[in-house]
Every structure is written in C-alpha cells, then in structure tokens.
Write a protein that binds this ligand. Structure first.
Ligand code: ADP
Ligand code: MG
Length: 240
C-alpha cells in the first residue's frame, strides 16, 4: 500500500512553552479512513496543523511526509485541511471568493466552485457573506473550499461539532461519496465506528493507541483512562 502520511518522531512545543506533541510515530496508507480521538487538549488540532505545514517545528525537517514529500507546497497541495473553527478558515467577503481562493492558487477552473457548493448543499450562496452564515453553513463553505482543491488527503478537525442531526446526516452522506485518504479528528465516536476502520488515540500529546476501531473503541479501560467512552452504536454489542 502507498503511504499517504508518514509521521516520525514529531514533537511540538508552542511558543509559550506548552508541550503539545511528544514523539509521535504513525503512518497512514492511501485510501485509509482513520479516526483521531482523545480528550480536549490532547493535541489533535496541533497534530492536524502539522500535516499541511501550518505549524512545522522546522519546516521540511522530514518529521511529516506527505506521499514522500517534505516541501510545504507539495504538502499543501495534497492535504486539504478543514479547520476546527470555521472562522479561522473563512476570510473573503463572499462565499464564492472564499471557495475560489484555493482552486485559483492551484490553477483549477472556476466552474469547480459552483460544483463544490452544490456538493455541500449551498448552491445559490455564492454572493452571501461567509461571516453572516450559521455555524453549519460556515462549515459547509469551508468544506466546499477544501473539496474544490481536490486534495488526495482530507484532514477534518471535528467536522460534525455544532451540527444539528440533519447536518450530521448530510455530512455523513457527503463523506461517503468522497474518494480520498481521510483523517478525522472527532469526539463523535459513532462517526468513527461507522467510517473509520482504524483509530488513533491521543492524550497529553502522546499516541496512546493505534489500532482497529472495533477493538480500540470496545476497550473500556483504555477509553475511560483517556476521558472517552464506548460509542452508543457499539453498546448493544458484546465487547471483545
Ligand atoms: P485538541 O485539539 O486535542 O483539543 P489542541 O491541539 O488544541 O488539542 O491543544 C493541545 C495543547 O496545546 C493544549 O494543552 C492547548 O492548551 C495547547 N495549545 C493549543 N493552541 C495553543 C497555542 N496557540 N498556544 C499555546 N498553547 C496552545
Ligand atoms: Mg482541537
């Protein structure tokens, strides 16, 4: 299997001195869909920000490789990152411009913007101001912007947080249709159980588990030790 993401000995300390990632090692194969779980403050977002070079300790030092590449341009082309907070991602006066920004950088045609907005259920929103949309709508605009770049790897930071049940269902339908390697940080363990064959568990900056979702999510002592619980969808089944 082709390796999509390879992380070797990745540590990161924020400028204020806080140690957020400690010696992480893992790799993700092409076309895998992997969940990333762990309590608040575990380092999930910090890790994801390293995968397209937003927070590199030393840029291009090889701690993160994306399809073997260590250069930021290559990593950013291949990794589409959906930020945890949509307000960190949106910066243009209109929805159209926001979604068009990435594809323009990559020299992709403008028609892709309309297609992406249609995919996320926002056709007709082109002239709206992203900052005057609901949280769920902002999320969709961000996702459209990511999808419009056609990344080989989709990295999603808490994609269903703050969505209503219909929003979650629609997001799952969309997720099912997307062909890409996926890494999803989430507190939605049912989402992990449904979509991810494998799950990584992060706590206090350390990788405390990396295994099959069916096994990790059913490991009650492990889940409880790291502030997690067994997903509801698995609770009627017998643990391993
Ligand atoms: P998670 O996404 O798992 O909730 P984060 O990656 O956001 O965790 O945070 C990991 C740790 O880094 C936490 O202790 C958090 O307080 C700290 N942290 C996050 N962002 C910053 C920042 N900009 N400056 C300093 N510390 C930060
Ligand atoms: Mg986070």
């Amino acid at each position: 299997m082709t390796t999509a993401i390879e992380v070797r000995n990745l540590s990161y300390r924020y400028p204020d001195g806080r140690e957020a990632l400690r010696g992480l090692n893992f790799s993700i194969g092409e076309d895998e869909c992997v969940g990333l779980i762990g309590p608040n403050g575990a380092g999930k977002s910090t890790l994801l920000l390293h995968l397209n070079g937003i927070l590199p300790e030393v840029p291009g030092d090889g701690a993160v490789r994306v399809f073997g590449q260590t250069d930021l341009a290559g990593m950013r082309r291949d990794v589409g990152l959906l930020f945890q907070d949509p307000d960190d991602q949106l910066f243009c006066p209109t929805v159209f411009e926001d979604v068009a920004f990435g594809p323009q950088q990559l020299g992709l045609p403008e028609t892709i913007v309309t297609e992406a907005l249609t995919r996320v259920g926002l056709s007709g929103f082109e002239k709206r101001s992203p900052h005057h949309l609901s949280h769920g709508e902002k999320r969709r605009v961000c996702l459209a912007g990511v999808l419009a770049c056609q990344p080989r790897i989709l990295v999603l930071d808490e994609p269903t947080s703050g969505l209503d049940p219909r929003g979650r269902r629609e997001f799952k339908t969309l997720l099912r249709q997307i062909r890409a390697t996926k890494l999803i940080a989430t507190h939605d363990l049912d989402l992990v159980a449904e979509f991810c064959s494998r799950v990584l568990v992060l706590d206090r900056g350390e990788m405390v588990a990396d295994g099959l979702s069916g096994e990790v999510l059913n490991d009650m002592p492990l889940m409880l030790a790291h502030g997690l619980e067994r997903p509801h969808t698995l609770q009627h089944r017998h643990p391993h």
